[in-house]
Design a protein around this ligand. Sequence first.
Ligand code: URA
Length: 433
Amino acid sequence: MRMVDIIEKKRDGLELTKEEIQFVIEGYTNGDIPEYQMSALAMAIFFKDMSTAERAELTMSMVKSGDQIDLSAVEGIKVDKHSTGGVGDKTTIALAPLVAALGVPVAKMSGRGLGHTGGTIDKLEAIPGFSVEIETDKFIELVNKNKLAVVGQTGNLTPADKKLYGLRDVTATVNSIPLIASSIMSKKIASGADAIVLDVKTGSGAFMKELDQSKELAKAMVEIGNSLGRNTMAIISDMNQPLGLTVGNALEVKEAIDMLRGEGPEDLRELCLTLGSQMVYLANQASSVQEARQKLEEVISSGKALETLKTFIEAQNGDPSIVDDPEKLPKAKHLIEVKAKESGSVSAIVADKIGTAAMLLGAGRATKESEIDLAVGLVLNKKIGDKVEAGDSIVTLHSNNEDVQNVIDMVLNAYSITSENVEKPTLIYDEIH
Ligand code: URA
């Protein structure tokens, strides 16, 4: 087989065979296929697309390029949740104990944040003592015992995707549905999921800004998952503004605890209940999505979800008393109010800019090597649709530095205020099966 013939075939819009896709991914991973040929193929895929069968084959070839996590020793159906990323997305911290409280095993591998988006691992490390460095045996033991454990990304998972993603980044081929869908799904499948619930974000702060594109991506991932024998569904949710009211590691942990206590912002609660009921249903712990939702509401009001969170924190060496006393979480020295310059209704909050403002305060990483400050971040006092008077605080900055004029400017720039009435945005746009 020759790579040049495969590039030519895709350039002409023909379907690649399973053997050809395997040849490409194996050769590219081990260095036999050079970057320039892989770039040409990525661009041909960008323009000519891939069939469902090709997408599934590309996904599986990338899964097989490295280690796969064997979760067969975990009892029950392992349902993973994946979000395409957003600002203030602390869903996993609330959702994982919420569904685990109903006996759904959650064996989660999570990442750190980079740039304007945060990572679940960083957020969990805001809990004093909490450790994500656990050996695989211990990880499985904890999931079987407590139904929940979270580890940092370990091992050599999907090296083909890692290499190809780096190449796509510099060859203008990131934004291709078959390439994004296979990249995300390969990581989910290599991490051992039996079933997958996807939270595909849409809007100004999302990877996919338009609803049509978000639906197309969701559909592509659901098709790949289902064709590879993993029961998969997707929710399309809003990212036209940050989720909830907080952005920043310790602040987001506190908001997730509030949600499990039955308090906190409505959008976070609704998203957790929507995704959670799909997870519980796919794990066969309820006979319908409606019943699953009812059961989730019950574990919130009975306090069982909060107890599950405490057990999880303790099992990973964290201090569980922060659940009853979140004041013990790291706290910033200064609270600085960002005040509205005009009166009206909030019509837009550009999530990327709020994420960047949090990063400037030290909550996120500018580069992979940056140290982060777990205490700092922002609290949004006004969201889209809220009325505001000039001089009202729209955002409270939690900072360890008093000189934050650049952050204040960034926040003011992220907010648009209009004299007209503004409706609150839709949170859940669609579900794809
Ligand atoms: N996230 C991924 O993991 N892969 C992509 O291709 C895009 C976003």
